[in-house]
Design a protein around this ligand. Structure first.
Ligand SMILES: N[C@@H](CCC(=O)N[C@@H](CS)C(=O)NCC(=O)O)C(=O)O
Length: 330
């Protein structure tokens, strides 16, 4: 665990001293967009035209942010257009690495052994955290973007004219509702679990753990009559919530102390989680070994022994019973 300072790797843990025990996530640094015609996107510069075989995605199967991009890649059928490398689950002194292990896919594009080498290739003076996901451009030999929320937006539409699968997960008429859900779910659920788990004072922990369950309670009600968060259509808001829910009972309840309730205790959220898991292609993006081993073995400030709990027993294949709720393709 560490960061780059002017292109040099330093092994440091998150600083929570200056923030009263609170974990504060830093903004991502590379913000260019792949677009259909290569014009600039909402941020950054142009020059990144959608082309089959041009882009490469670096992911961790453990990471909920990277997981979003893996799901979107499958839903949009981009597996043959965007290649991937998968880091080892363990993130210790050298940060993410490609050390051999089950499920690891080495870096055949840059031949890197550690993820920070990719950041230094893109910017020899880079200062900041070295995070997944990373979208790499083989042509310009640089990082296009390392912000998952933006990478999934690009995947949603930029490759459509090249034969991506049909489907719009950020449809025009639902955008303001999706934006509202995303903002609340990011703050109190996706990042909320990290704020609770990485807190280093009792106050900071309690302040952050309660809102997680307030939001989950709210979503439980919303999912009573709605198949998906916005109603009958699956959107990026569901994908973003899914990657936290699927890790919740296995990791966040124990390791991050988010234990007021489990997802298994929520009938609607639990069934919704199984419903999404059973969408063709999604189960293959979920690797509970990488997920559990990453958190419990990497965060030694929280779990000094590195022991990985054996349970809980989870079965996302069980019938979800939500097929009666209205659903429409797009
Ligand atoms: N905002 C980023 C966050 C990505 C992120 O924090 N990834 C974690 C893994 S779950 C990471 O790589 N952390 C390494 C570090 O903070 O040093 C995104 O959504 O893409």
């Amino acid at each position: 665990m560490g960061m780059l300072v002017e292109g040099k790797w330093h092994d440091v843990w998150y600083d929570t001293k200056s923030t009263g025990g609170h974990f504060e996530r830093k903004a991502s640094s590379f913000r260019n967009w792949v677009t259909a015609d290569g014009s600039a996107g909402p941020s950054g510069e142009g020059g990144f035209k959608a082309e089959s075989g041009r882009y490469h995605l670096y992911v961790s199967l453990a990471c909920p942010w990277a997981h979003r991009t893996l799901i979107m890649r499958v839903l949009k059928g981009l597996e043959n257009m965007i290649s991937i490398s998968v880091v080892n689950w363990l993130m210790r002194e050298e940060g993410w690495t490609f050390a051999e292990g089950p499920g690891v896919v080495p870096d055949k594009v840059n031949g890197a052994e550690r993820l920070y080498e990719i950041y230094v290739k893109a910017d020899p003076n880079y200062t900041g955290r070295v995070t997944v996901p990373v979208l790499w451009d083989r042509e310009k030999r640089t990082i296009v973007n390392n912000e998952s929320s933006e990478i999934i937006r690009m995947m949603n539409s930029a490759f459509d004219h090249l034969g991506a699968k049909e489907g719009d997960y950020y449809p025009e008429d639902l955008r303001s509702e999706i934006d509202g859900l995303n903002a609340k779910i990011y703050d109190t659920v996706n990042n909320g679990v990290y704020k609770a788990g990485f807190a280093t004072t009792q106050e900071a922990y309690e302040e952050n753990v309660r809102p997680i369950f307030e939001t989950l309670d709210l979503l439980e009600g919303r999912l009573q009559d709605n198949r998906y968060l916005t109603g009958s259509r699956l959107t990026e808001a569901d994908i973003r919530l899914f990657t936290t829910l699927v890790r919740f009972d296995a990791v966040y309840v124990g390791h991050f102390k988010c234990n007021i309730r489990r997802i298994a205790d929520y009938p609607n959220l639990g069934a919704y989680l199984r419903d999404l898991y059973q969408i063709p292609g999604i189960a293959e993006t979920v690797n509970l070994q990488h997920i559990k081993r990453h958190y419990y073995e990497s965060h030694r400030t929280i779990n000094p022994t590195g022991i990985v709990p054996v349970g809980p027993i989870l079965n996302f294949e069980r019938p979800h019973g939500r097929a009666h709720l209205p659903s429409s393709m797009f």
